[in-house]
Design a protein. Sequence first.
Length: 436
Amino acid sequence: MRAVVAADDTEALVAGLIREGVEVIARFAASAPAAAADGMPGPEAEELLRALADADALVLEVGRTSLSPTVVALCDRAGTRIVPLVADEAGERLTAACGLEAPLDANAEPWRIAEVLLAGPSTAPAAVRSADMASSRPRVIAVWGPAGAPGRTTVATELAMELARGGRHVALVDADTHAPSIALALGLADEGPGFAAACRQAELGGLDARELTRIATPLGRTGVDVLTGINRPSRWPELSDRRVTTALAACREWSDYTVVDVASSLERDEEIVSDLDGPRRNAATIAALRAADLVVAVAAADPLGVARFLRAHAELRATIGATRVAVVANRLRPGALGIDARGQVRRTLDRFGGIEDVWFLPQDPRSADAALLSSQTIAEVAPKSPLTLAIRRFAGDAVVPAREPGAGMKARRPARTGRAGRGDARQPSRAGAPAA
């Protein structure tokens, strides 16, 4: 058993672990979050990251400055188990919010900690949740696209509506820090931005299902709860990396699916600012993409949109690593591409981006305008719209494959009274139902 110890006072703990047969390959103070967030000098960060990659476990003293979702993601990628040590209830809440196994008391004897290390991962409910997160069914879905308004918000909204079919509970999150628009498109009040409030509560360790239900705005009786975005772009510092990641982790437990609308820019500005610990404008986008199980990448199906997408796709891949990406070509129309529009888009993406699987969404301006006029979704005002049917096919192919035999579904959140004029709940139907 090889372990890394990260605590403020490591001398006695390290000596005790060594006596119990645990090989301690490195010891650090509470610096793992800084290394994970690229806020530590190069050689020191490389030493810590290399140690985490070589270790079987990280013994971590939990605190607001030592544990973050970024650290959890880093250890997950390295296959390193985290053994948390907590000293108070705040540490226990933070441990639970990050989905870690049952913590140990920070004052526990070294032999007890060594016993837990040698016994292997816990079978507590948190371990079950981690297995579920790693399963093939995506729980957090980020909808991204390059600059130029390819239709990210429309795709995110309509996808959330389709995933809510059949009684599922879906969270629709607006994490766009440049031009948030879900509340405007759906006619929802945004005086108190839901996602910003959720992020604040997440940082305090008080974000749970009850608080999310209170903060969110129900979209009628559709099964979709909306966490509206910031009402002024100048409020972007409220959506920090740590806050966004922790809030999305809570949403994962609250809803069956979480659909996140993010901004287009993936630029990192660490090299052009002097304060390495300061807020980042694109931190919310990058954090949501890294927390997602599936990224829906939206490209405008025209020559300019495809060119923009190919230029940004490499940067997207560098940001999210091995996370699965489903590419959607939106607003497909023959007028912009001529004969065989689908074939032209497919061949271009395959040749210049190595992208083989593409889903196409047709342009349907009549239904889109009707939805915008009534501040509703296209699925509500035009259930048989070609765009609605195409989104349904995409959801069935890429997001909700055939349900596993005997797999149950979480109980749907009790319906709440929405704003006047919303439609009644649709009849239950699997999102992946075939459509012509």
